[in-house]
Design a protein around this ligand. Structure first.
Ligand code: SF4
Length: 95
């Protein structure tokens, strides 16, 4: 349903006939970390994220996974597999 509050006319999953169903009944404005992101949108009521209603929640545990201006680099966890040194040396020797 289309928003009738802070992002008028924008299709939103939280909008109902009774009003905005998101917590507090309103979207939260973007935060400092959102600066430069392509998903920011300016509306008459201010700057909001076009992808999520509460930008601060997207940054609470690190980099926002929807951000277009930064990317989270996921480092592969170190291999926990135990290696038998005898077998490893045979493998390396080509036997
Ligand atoms: S996608 Fe993430 S970084 Fe971009 S505006 Fe929305 S909350 Fe901010």
């Amino acid at each position: 349903m289309r928003c009738t509050s802070v992002k008028p006319g924008v299709e939103c999953a939280f909008m109902t006939a009774k009003g905005c169903g998101y917590k507090g009944g309103i979207c939260q404005q973007i935060i400092e970390q959102c600066s430069g992101c392509g998903r920011q949108g300016q509306y008459s009521s201010g700057w909001y994220c076009t992808a999520c209603p509460d930008p601060s929640s997207k940054w609470r545990n690190g980099i926002c996974n929807l951000a277009t201006h930064v990317s989270a680099t996921v480092s592969a966890p170190e291999s926990k597999q135990k290696i038998n040194p005898l077998k490893a040396s045979k493998r390396a020797a080509g036997k």
